[in-house]
Design a protein around this ligand. Structure first.
Ligand code: ATP
Ligand code: MG
Length: 337
């Protein structure tokens, strides 16, 4: 494969910023949708607390991390200190309660990697997945939301990258491509690396939020309203950042040696993490360190076939941003096999 590596960004890249911004605005959910999600949560809390009085429900994932497009599924975590029931028994009991409460399409997936109950609320039309005691996901949701509040360019970049990934079929972990969570971490890391930086590294600052979950200490600076001016020295806008993001993943990232790490705000070496070889199903062909579960590589779903697809898609996107007449249209053209 011939790799084209451009010496510089096309001169008029910033002229595409208005069209990318209007795509971004069209993806952001309306306030009414957020209100409906909250209402659903309130009614589910009532239902759950009748059965388990001390249980708590938390929103997590894209409906709570501020990277959700409109009509996303709602992810909810049921936090419960039980009792004598296994996770599967809790899920089955929960499914039963939901069904009796007239929620639709209730399904308990007790054998999934992350066991959940799926359902649909006929009143709001919202589809919802409920998992049990997945509190690390609740905390990493808050970390992402806090990063989003520092500089609006993060949300702009991540919405466009997620939209591109969904359009091109490379946001499907069951097919070996990356999760939305992984793409958002890639965007945060990219903005931490800009010169001057657009985002700080919250885990390197004095910890103001500290929790320990299943033995994993999660600590970072969460007073983000004090960081609102962090990125002002950098005046890049969304089109230039997208160019930089895709060129980085197409032509500059060192897939052999490097791990991107939001935790440190830097690249770290695969050798240090012992991610240089395949262990079981973990191939480490693209390495994205989870900010809290640091032994966890979010790129582990990627295999030798899907890495090729992914890199070709990064190159396609990079080339479109460099040469195409209408990058804000061509970038999202659906992939047809
Ligand atoms: P989408 O808009 O595509 O639904 P999402 O933000 O809900 O995006 P998912 O990838 O569906 O993203 O993940 C939901 C949440 O689950 C994430 O926000 C994250 O908190 C958690 N999560 C997902 N994958 C992982 C993972 N591999 N390790 C740890 N947490 C994860
Ligand atoms: Mg989701």
């Amino acid at each position: 494969r011939i790799r084209r590596r451009e010496l510089g960004c096309r001169f008029n890249i910033e002229s595409f910023t208005p069209s990318f911004l209007s795509i971004y605005k069209s993806l952001v959910p309306a306030d009414e949708e957020i209100v409906k999600q909250k209402q659903l949560l309130v009614s589910l809390r009532k239902l759950v607390n009748k059965e388990w009085s001390s249980a708590q429900l938390h929103l997590y994932g894209s409906c709570a991390n501020s990277f959700g497009v409109s009509n996303s599924d709602v992810d909810i975590c049921l936090s419960i200190v039980d009792t004598n029931m296994s996770k599967s028994e809790i899920l089955l009991r929960l499914a039963d309660l939901l069904q009796k409460d007239n929620l639709q399409n209730v399904q308990a997936l007790t054998h999934a990697r992350v066991p959940i109950v799926k359902m649909m609320d006929p009143v709001t039309g919202i589809a919802c997945d409920i998992c049990i005691n997945n509190l690390l996901a609740v905390v990493n949701t808050k970390l992402l939301r806090d990063y989003a509040q520092i500089d609006e360019r993060l949300r702009q970049l991540a919405f466009i990258v997620k939209h591109w990934a969904k359009s091109r079929g490379v946001n499907e972990t069951y097919r070996g491509t990356l999760s939305s969570y992984a793409y958002v971490l890639m965007c945060i890391h990219f903005l931490q690396q800009r010169k001057p930086a657009i985002l700080p590294c919250l885990q390197e600052l004095e910890a103001t939020c500290v929790v320990t979950i299943d033995g994993t200490r999660c600590a970072y600076f969460d007073q983000v309203d004090r960081l609102r001016n962090f990125g002002v020295q950098n005046n890049e806008s969304i089109a230039g950042l997208l160019w930089g993001f895709f060129h980085y993943w197409a032509y500059y990232h060192d897939y052999m040696n490097d791990v991107i790490s939001v935790r440190t705000g830097r690249l770290i070496s695969k050798r240090v993490k012992d991610w240089t070889r395949r262990i079981g199903n973990d191939r480490h062909l693209i390495c994205i360190e989870d900010p809290f579960e640091t032994s966890h590589d979010l790129g582990r779903v990627v295999d030798k076939y899907s890495i090729k697809i992914l890199r070709e898609e990064f190159e396609r996107a990079a080339d479109i941003l460099q040469y195409d007449q209408n990058p804000s249209i061509t970038l999202f053209e659906p992939y047809v096999a």
